[in-house]
Design a protein around this ligand. Structure first.
Ligand SMILES: Nc1nc2c(ncn2[C@@H]2O[C@H](COP(=O)(O)OP(=O)(O)OP(=O)(O)O)[C@@H](O)[C@H]2O)c(=O)[nH]1
Length: 200
């Protein structure tokens, strides 16, 4: 299978929402429970995924959510083609901060960056502080796709990254006058499928 393109994706959101855990789950298929060790600065992982018969290399940058690293991470926004913006469904504050994150993204990232909103820690339903419909409605307001994920169980983790890879790959190969791949429709159809079938 030929390697088609290399794409840069960046994970952002408040400290502790689960950015590193999401990336570890996607890359290694595991969740490391226990004490929380905040990311210092920035790290990255390369992951090759197959999209419609071609290989796409995702270079995924994992940023530190802590305020004191903000100027370091801004520098990486510029080169990103996609951005996964996370909040924690058990933290209302992390959700309330999403608007501020989006303001920063619009200031520093490329105009056509693909943004996806993720409500992580969906496995911790007993401590839920943000309703699914509130996440969906904020995403609609900004015109970005949305899903809830769990870095612990793996729920929707692969789907989030593969939807991004598919969107970016389509943008890279598709002439502008052809009908565009619809990331929202794709995610909804895959969410319905995933309750019964493997991702394809
Ligand atoms: N139950 C549950 N815990 C999670 C999930 N994702 C992350 N955690 C836990 O939340 C804590 C913070 O996770 P990290 O992945 O380090 O968070 P981060 O967003 O990378 O934090 P910074 O590096 O400071 O920006 C850790 O204790 C994780 O084990 C999840 O989906 N479910």
């Amino acid at each position: 299978m030929p390697l088609m393109c290399s794409l840069q994706t960046i994970l952002v959101g408040d400290s502790g929402v689960g950015k590193t855990s999401l990336l570890v789950q996607f890359d290694q298929g595991k969740f490391i429970p226990g004490s929380f060790s905040a990311t210092v600065g920035i790290g990255f992982t390369n992951k090759v995924v197959a999209v419609d018969g071609v290989k796409v290399k995702l270079q995924i940058w994992d940023t530190a959510g802590q305020e004191r690293f903000r100027s370091v991470t801004h520098a990486y926004y510029r080169d990103a083609q996609a951005l996964l913006l996370l909040y924690d469904i058990t933290s209302k504050m992390s959700f309330d901060n999403i608007r501020a994150w989006l303001t920063e993204i619009h200031e520093y990232a490329q105009k056509d960056v693909v943004i996806m909103l993720l409500g992580n820690k969906a496995d911790v339903s007993s401590e839920r502080a943000v309703r699914t419909e509130d996440g969906a409605s904020l995403a609609r307001e900004y015109g970005v796709p949305f899903m809830e994920t769990s870095a612990k169980t793996g729920m929707n983790v692969e789907l989030a990254f593969l939807a991004i890879a598919k969107e970016l790959k389509q943008r890279a190969v598709q002439p502008l006058d052809e009908p565009h791949f619809q990331i929202h429709d794709y995610i909804e159809s895959q969410k319905k499928k995933s309750s019964c079938c493997a991702f394809s």
